[in-house]
Write a protein that binds this ligand. Structure first.
Ligand code: GLU
Length: 445
C-alpha cells in the first residue's frame, strides 16, 4: 500500500477498534488508491480519505418489542449515515444476529462507492439490527419493525436518508416500516423507503434487480474474453432474494445453475435449479433447502460442507460477507473456474480475491457487480418523485444500461490507472474519484 495512505489507514484502524469487517473494507479500498493520489494531490491536502472514513452521523438505538407470548425483548438498532456528497444517504437495513456496528460500517462504507458507480444521485448509508427474524411470526416481525421505525423515523426522509432492504429485510418488513413511518409522520412520503410493494409506490424489477444485475455484470466481463453465459456451469451461494434472481437470469441466458446454499448446507441439481420451486420454498413457505431436495427428483442435499466444493465455470457468491475464503477460491480455480461476480457484499476474503486475480480469473467485486439493487432503488425514487410507475420492460432496460455502464466505467478506469482487467481497482478508483471531487467542491464539511 502507498505509504501516504498507510498513515491514514493506521489512524482509521486505531480509531475503530474491533470492527474487523470495517477494517477489511477500508484496507481493500486503500490498496487501490495510491495512483489516484499521485495524480490528485488535492485529495491528500483536503484530507478526503480521513473524512470519508468517518461517518457523517452514526445512530444507535434501543429497539424493545414483545413476542407472541408477551415476553419483552430488547435489540439494538443502527443507522450509519456515511456520506451525502452525491445525494441523500442510501442503503439497506440488515436484520441478522451477526449485526453490530462494524458490520453496518463496512456495509455503509462499501455503499458509498457502489452508489457513486451507479451514476445515480445517492449517497451512502446502511443500518439494521441484531434482531433474528428466523422463526418469528408475522405479528412479531410487525411489532419489531414498528418499534424500529419509532426511533428511525426522525432520522430519515426522501431528501435525507432512504433505507431499503438487505439480509432479513424484504417486502414484508419494508411494508411494516413504511406503515409505521406514515402513521407517525402523517405523510405519504413514498420516497422515504425503497423496495416497496408495487401497489403502494414500489418499482417493478426492484426484487429482481440485484441478482439480475450481478449476472448482467458477469456477462459483460465474459464478453471481454469472447465468452457468454451460454453453456456455463454456474455455482451460486445463498438462496435468498439475490441468489434466486441471479439463478433465474443466468439460466435465461443459457447457463445451468447446478448448486445453491443456505446456512444448513447446499443442494446439487445437475438438471439446473428449478427456480419456481426454489422461490416457492424460500420466499413463500420460508422453508429450507432440504425441502427442495425432498421435492425435486434428481436433486441432492449436502448438510454442512461448502458449496464451493461443487465444480463450476462461473461462481456467484450471493450469501454474505467472507463466505468464500482462500482455500475455497483455490479449489474453484483448480476445478476450472473462469469468472466470479459477487452478488453479496464482500463475500470473498482478501485471500480469495488474491487467488482469483493471480489465476487471471475474471473477478467482479460486489460494489460494482451487485449495484443493480441500489440502482433500481434510485429508479424507484425517480418514479416516486414524478408520481409515475414504469413498465417492467422499461425498468429492466434502464437496469441493463446501468450495469453495462458500471462495467465499462470500471474497465476503463482500471485501464487508465495501469491495471487493465482489474475490476477491483476500477470500481474503487471510479467510485472514489466521483465522491472525492464532490466532497472537495462542497467545502470542508
Ligand atoms: N442492500 C442493498 C445493497 O447492498 C440495496 C440497498 C438499497 O436498495 O438501498 O446495495
Amino acid at each position: 500500500m502507498d505509504s501516504r495512505l498507510e498513515a491514514v489507514r493506521d489512524t482509521v484502524l486505531a480509531r475503530n477498534p474491533g470492527e474487523k469487517e470495517f477494517h477489511q473494507a477500508v484496507i481493500e479500498v486503500f490498496e487501490s488508491l495510491g495512483p489516484v493520489h499521485d495524480r490528485h494531490p488535492e485529495f491528500l491536502e483536503g484530507a478526503v480519505l480521513e473524512r470519508l472514513c468517518e461517518p457523517e452521523r452514526q445512530i444507535i438505538f434501543r429497539v424493545p418489542w414483545t413476542d407472541d407470548a408477551g415476553r419483552v425483548h430488547v435489540n439494538r438498532g443502527f443507522r450509519v449515515e456515511f456520506n451525502s456528497a452525491l445525494g441523500p444517504y442510501k442503503g439497506g437495513l440488515r436484520f441478522h444476529p451477526s449485526v453490530y456496528l462494524g458490520i453496518v460500517k463496512f456495509l455503509g462504507f462499501e455503499q458509498i462507492f457502489k452508489n457513486a458507480l451507479t451514476g445515480m444521485p445517492i449517497g451512502g448509508g446502511k443500518g439494521g439490527s441484531d434482531f433474528d427474524p428466523r422463526g418469528r411470526s408475522d405479528a412479531e416481525i410487525m411489532r419489531f419493525c414498528q418499534s424500529f421505525m419509532t426511533e428511525l423515523y426522525r432520522h430519515i426522509g426522501e431528501y435525507t436518508d432512504v433505507p431499503a432492504g438487505d439480509i432479513g429485510v424484504g417486502g414484508r418488513e419494508i411494508g411494516y416500516l413504511f406503515g409505521q413511518y406514515k402513521r407517525i409522520t402523517n405523510r405519504y412520503e413514498s420516497g422515504v423507503l425503497t423496495g416497496k410493494g408495487i401497489s403502494w409506490g414500489g418499482s417493478l424489477v426492484r426484487p429482481e434487480a440485484t441478482g439480475y444485475g450481478t449476472v448482467i455484470f458477469a456477462q459483460e466481463m465474459l464478453k471481454t474474453r469472447g465468452a457468454s453465459f451460454d453453456g456455463q456451469r454456474v455455482v451460486v451461494s445463498g438462496s435468498g432474494n439475490v441468489a434466486i434472481h441471479a439463478i433465474a437470469k443466468a439460466q435465461s441466458l443459457g447457463a445451468t445453475v447446478v448448486a445453491c446454499s443456505d446456512s444448513a448446507g447446499y443442494i446439487v441439481d445437475e438438471a439446473g435449479i428449478d427456480v419456481a420451486l426454489l422461490s416457492q420454498i424460500k420466499e413463500v413457505e420460508r422453508g429450507r433447502l432440504t425441502d427442495y431436495a425432498a421435492r425435486r427428483p434428481g436433486a441432492s442435499h449436502v448438510a454442512g460442507g461448502s458449496v464451493w466444493d461443487v465444480t463450476g465455470t462461473v461462481a456467484l457468491p450471493c450469501a454474505t460477507q467472507n463466505e468464500l475464503d482462500g482455500d475455497a477460491a483455490a479449489k474453484l480455480v483448480s476445478n476450472g473456474l473462469i469468472a466470479v461476480a459477487e452478488g453479496a457484499n464482500m463475500p470473498s476474503t482478501r485471500e480469495a480475491v488474491s487467488v482469483f486475480q493471480d489465476a487471471g480469473i475474471l473477478f467482479g467485486p460486489g460494489k460494482a457487480a451487485n449495484a443493480g439493487g441500489v440502482a433500481t432503488s434510485a429508479l424507484e425514487m425517480q418514479q416516486n418523485a414524478s408520481r409515475d410507475s414504469w413498465s417492467f420492460e422499461h425498468t429492466e432496460q434502464r437496469l441493463t444500461e446501468i450495469m453495462v455502464g458500471i462495467h465499462d466505467r470500471c474497465a476503463a478506469t482500471a485501464e487508465e490507472y495501469g491495471a487493465p482487467g482489474n475490476y477491483v481497482v476500477g470500481a474503487n478508483i471510479g467510485g472514489f474519484v466521483k465522491v472525492a471531487d464532490a466532497m472537495l467542491a462542497q467545502g470542508l464539511i
